[in-house]
Design a protein around this ligand. Structure first.
Ligand SMILES: [Zn+2]
Ligand SMILES: [Zn+2]
Length: 356
């Protein structure tokens, strides 16, 4: 089978490798679509994210969909032919964080496409059956690109939950006046759609790319801010009559973004940080944060939100197709990476179609 390995910065090489056999409790999945995430771009461009460095040739990619191809012993709830989304993290289920339900912060958790765990830019993977989520055909049949986009959606749903906005089953949606999202990439737009699903009343979205702002409006943003022309914090101040917003979701990952988020939040506001900055340092506006007594939450991937994300998608409450804007075959993955780095042609997610 084909396996595309990253040997170092901007050095992807195709390998021919044996098809893996599923062990007990595992399934083998034929990979269909893989979304290229900001974290993949960091590995591709720099060979590292902060202290996590690629030292051996690694298969990257973790936003994946596929079809079950073979099942190992003791697997009873999945069968060949099932269409699945893949939970990319493999929690230990033994540590205090896993046992308390916070498996996303399990230390040293294996995660697809993060050293030393190979990811999904290859024809087949084997993975625990419990982490392959069967996608129903009803009421809406999702495409493989849409199924791959469930992973960033799950992060958006998780962030909205961390912000205290996600209602538990049977509760009325929590009313919040005004929320801002800085950055309208796949994660920012997933936050936007998750916010719309819980019924927040006003959402402002900022991004320098015109196509992304247009999409944000279509997905329910009340106002958009062109950060190539104005500072988001100034415009948010103006749009809120000098008040600031109740919650800022920082989804840009740019060096200035956390500072802008602190300035855009109102007194006693919240800042939810999802971006991954280029360097390992984020600077923030300490005076503004202190004087306003802001709370900040840093988001680590997602936790227990995959099922809710699948539900939102198959019920047609979110649009995942619009996030998968460009497609490339596996052989042209480097081109897809460069395309995404340059944010060409309004790209949200470049999808690598490993197989059709
Ligand atoms: Zn991702
Ligand atoms: Zn654990």
């Amino acid at each position: 089978m084909r396996a595309l390995r990253l040997h170092g910065p901007r050095d992807l090489q195709m390998h021919d490798e044996p098809v893996p056999e599923p062990g007990p409790g595992d399934v083998r999945i034929r990979i269909k679509s893989v979304g290229i995430c900001a974290s993949d771009l960091h590995y591709y461009r720099d060979g590292r994210i902060s202290s996590t460095v690629i030292t051996e040739p690694l298969v990257i990619g973790h936003e994946a969909s596929g079809v079950v191809d073979a099942v190992g012993e003791r697997v009873t709830d999945l069968a060949p032919g099932d269409r699945v989304a893949i939970e990319p993290a493999k929690p230990c289920m033994k540590c205090e964080f896993c046992l308390s339900g916070n498996y996303n912060v399990c230390p040293g958790i294996p995660f697809f496409g993060t050293p030393p765990t190979d990811g999904c830019l290859r024809d087949y993977v084997t993975w625990p059956a419990s982490l392959a989520l069967k996608i129903p055909h009803q009421p809406k049949r999702l495409s493989f690109d849409e199924i791959a986009m469930l992973e960033p959606l799950a992060i958006g749903v998780h962030a909205v939950w961390l912000a205290g906005l996600e209602p538990s089953a049977g509760c009325d949606p929590v009313r919040m006046d005004c929320v801002a999202i800085l950055g309208a990439g796949a994660v920012g737009l997933s936050v936007l759609q998750s916010l719309r699903a819980v019924g927040v009343s006003r959402v402002l979205v900022s991004d320098p790319v015109a196509e992304r702002r247009k999409l944000a409006l279509r997905l329910g943003a009340d106002e958009v801010i062109d950060t190539s022309a104005v500072k988001p914090e100034d415009e948010i101040e103006r749009l809120t009559g000098g008040h600031g917003v109740d919650i800022v979701f920082e989804c840009a990952g740019e060096d200035d973004a956390l500072r802008q988020a602190c300035r855009a939040a109102r007194v006693l506001g919240k800042v939810i940080v999802l971006g991954i900055p280029d360097g390992d340092d984020y600077t923030f506006d300490a005076s503004s944060a202190r004087r306003k007594q802001l709370s900040a939450v840093f988001v680590r991937r997602s936790n227990n939100t995959a099922e809710r994300s699948i539900g939102l998608a198959v019920e047609g409450k979110v649009d995942l197709a619009c996030l998968a804007t460009h497609r490339f075959p596996l052989e042209r993955t480097a081109e897809a990476m460069e395309f995404a780095i340059a944010k060409r042609d309004g790209v949200i997610r470049a999808i690598v179609a490993v197989s059709e």
